[in-house]
Design a protein around this ligand. Sequence first.
Ligand SMILES: Nc1ncnc2c1ncn2[C@@H]1O[C@H](COP(=O)(O)OP(=O)(O)OP(=O)(O)O)[C@@H](O)[C@H]1O
Ligand SMILES: [Mg+2]
Length: 316
Amino acid sequence: MTAGIEVEGLGRTYPGGVEAVRSVDLSVRPGEVFGFLGPNGAGKTTTVRMLTTLLAPTRGRALVAGHDVARDPERVRLAIGVALQESDLDNLQTGRELLAFHARLHGMGRRSAAQRTDELLELVDLTGAAGRQVRTYSGGMRRRLDLAIALVHRPRVLFLDEPTTGLDPASRLTVWDEVRRLNREDGLTVFLTTQYLEEADVLAGRVAIIAGGTIVADGTPAGLKASIGADVVTVAVPAADRPGAERLLAALPGVQRIQVTGDGVTLYVPDGPGTVARLVTALNAAEVPIGAVSTSSPTLDDVFLQKTGQRLAAAA
Ligand SMILES: Nc1ncnc2c1ncn2[C@@H]1O[C@H](COP(=O)(O)OP(=O)(O)OP(=O)(O)O)[C@@H](O)[C@H]1O
Ligand SMILES: [Mg+2]
């Protein structure tokens, strides 16, 4: 039996007419960490809710672990673990009590529930805090407990909706480690949504970028970056001068693409350093005031910018 995900033409229009997800096609292989990347309101949670049987699609089809989410939701639920963006942990229980409760919900006897609870506490590094009420946990500890709860019944596919949003950098790294370990050691398939490019870059073997309910790019992070096929040169320019700067810079040799952004102008060129020199000369000659100038290799943010005309980093 497969632990993959196959999605065709999946869409959801909410009552009232919001077309949150237009038509999503994607395929996640068993044992893969798949990153679903997009800004606020892109349709990530709506997609996850459809794939986890919490929300009915209004069109298209999705198979999760080989089962159709609309026709066979029970089987899908047995195969998956879900940690949602908005969790509602019971604050008065301790971490250990909550985990044991969920293990019992999944039909385990008292003894095996206790054993599974200890294993999971160890796994997410909460053994020391297991006897404390959840209301005393930090944001990172709660996310880790959410993760443990999602794993109680040993699912083969794990859905994580923005697992690190709002966490401090250290807690974020801990969650990343857990996800990597689960994938590596247990071969878990992971479908992970995020607004953080770095997170997708670090964790995911493949990513899809969703914007406005539509997938605008997909592939490996390296492949997507290489698809830009250029150095990225950015120059900060005051808003009023950006259209003029864009006109001037578009005339520089080798410019493949030029884009006005929230803080200046971005150019895609074969020769970054050479272009920086020419750019400064051209803008100085035209008396356009400039701020920081930099050249870099493309990032997933550049992929996002090229596909949507917006920077994801600014949206996040
Ligand atoms: N229950 C609902 N009823 C109507 N519209 C909704 C509902 N839930 C979400 N939407 C709308 O659907 C669109 C997609 O929302 P969704 O929550 O899927 O985005 P998201 O990518 O998860 O965003 P975020 O990063 O902020 O969590 C948004 O325009 C949102 O306002
Ligand atoms: Mg969301």
